[in-house]
Design a protein around this ligand. Structure first.
Ligand SMILES: [Zn+2]
Length: 293
C-alpha cells in the first residue's frame, strides 16, 4: 500500500499545480480584457473633450460629424447597458409642459432649413459643423461661435448698415445644450414655468443650438434684449433689410400661436437669401414655409 501511495502522490501534486496555473492564466486574461472603472471614465472624458474641441473647430466636416455620431451612439449603447433602472413613468414633457417631439435631429447634415422648435427637437450631443469664432469686438458676450455662412452674411449686413449710420452688436449665437439648460432653469427659478415657456426654449428645442440663430442688441438697448428694439432705428433697419442677407425675424408678433414664442424682433435665423425673401415678404414663419404649421 505504501508503495502504491508513493507512486500516486507525485502524480496528484503535478495535476494540482497544473490546475492552479491554468486558473491564474484565465484570471489574468479576463482582467486584461475588461477595462477598469477608471479606464472607462478616462475614455469617456477623452471622448467628451474631443467632442468639445470638434464643436469649436471651424474645420469640422461631415466625416467628423459621422465619426462623432458613431462614438455617441456607441457611448449611448454602453450607457444604456450600464445604467441602473430608472422610473419609467418620468416624462420631462409632462413636468415642463412641453410637447412630445414629433421629430428629433441627431446630427448636423448642413441643412440651413433645419427646423428646431417646441415640437422638433435636437439631441443633447448635436454639434453644429462648419462654425467660426465671432470677432469679440462685434459682440457683447465673448467666445461665441456662429455658422460660417451665417457669419459671413451677418458681417455683410453689418457693413451695409454702418454705411447708413446704423450699428448693432451680437448678443448670442450658438448655444450648447448645457448652456440652454442653465438659461431655461434660471428663467424658471425667476419667472415660473408658464412664462419661461413663452420666452425660452427647453434644452434641445432651441434653434440657437443649430448655430444658425443670432440675437442682436445695441448700445441704445443697453446691450439687452427687449421688444422695444423694433422702435429703434437699428431694430427697424434689421426688420426691413435682414432678408437681403438671408436672415428672417423668426418669432413674429402675430404668429405666437404657431411659433409658441412671444415677439422677438432681436432674434434672427439664417435661411439663405431666397427663402428669407419669400418668408419676410409674405410675413410668414419658417413653420408655414416648411408646411408644418
Ligand atoms: Zn434668440
Amino acid at each position: 500500500m505504501k508503495k502504491y501511495i508513493a507512486l500516486i502522490m507525485p502524480l496528484l501534486l503535478i495535476l494540482c499545480f497544473s490546475a492552479c496555473d491554468l486558473s491564474k492564466t484565465n484570471n489574468d486574461i479576463t482582467k486584461e480584457e475588461e477595462p477598469t472603472v477608471n479606464q472607462q471614465e478616462e475614455q469617456n472624458i477623452q471622448q467628451d473633450n474631443k467632442q468639445d474641441v470638434e464643436s469649436n473647430n471651424p474645420q469640422d466636416d461631415q466625416q467628423n460629424t459621422e465619426s462623432n455620431k458613431q462614438q455617441v451612439d456607441q457611448q449611448n449603447t454602453e450607457n444604456e447597458q450600464n445604467s441602473p433602472v430608472v422610473n419609467s413613468d418620468y416624462d420631462p414633457c409632462v413636468e415642463y409642459n412641453i410637447p412630445i417631439p414629433v421629430e428629433t435631429h441627431t446630427y448636423d447634415n448642413g441643412d440651413k432649413l433645419i427646423l428646431v422648435n417646441k415640437q422638433h427637437a435636437i439631441t443633447e450631443d448635436f454639434y453644429p459643423t462648419d462654425m467660426v469664432a465671432v470677432d469679440g469686438s462685434l459682440s457683447t458676450n465673448q467666445g461665441l461661435y456662429f455658422k460660417r455662412e451665417a457669419y459671413a452674411a451677418y458681417l455683410k449686413m453689418l457693413g451695409d448698415a454702418k454705411e447708413e449710420g446704423i450699428n448693432f452688436l451680437i448678443c448670442s449665437t450658438y448655444r450648447s445644450y448645457d448652456t440652454q439648460y442653465s438659461i431655461y432653469h434660471s428663467y424658471i427659478k425667476n419667472y415660473g414655468l408658464e412664462y419661461t415657456n413663452s420666452i425660452s426654449a427647453y434644452p434641445g428645442r432651441s434653434e440657437h443650438h443649430t448655430g444658425w440663430a443670432v440675437d442682436i442688441t445695441s448700445k441704445a438697448m443697453g446691450y439687452g434684449l427687449d421688444k422695444n428694439f423694433i422702435n429703434l432705428p437699428e431694430g427697424q433697419w434689421i426688420n426691413d433689410h435682414c432678408h437681403e442677407y438671408g436672415f428672417i425675424v423668426r418669432y413674429l408678433e402675430d404668429k405666437t400661436h404657431i411659433t409658441g414664442y412671444s415677439y422677438e424682433p432681436w432674434h434672427l435665423r439664417y435661411v439663405g437669401v431666397d427663402v428669407a425673401t419669400e418668408i419676410m415678404s409674405k410675413g410668414i414663419t419658417l413653420e408655414e414655409y416648411l408646411g408644418v404649421a
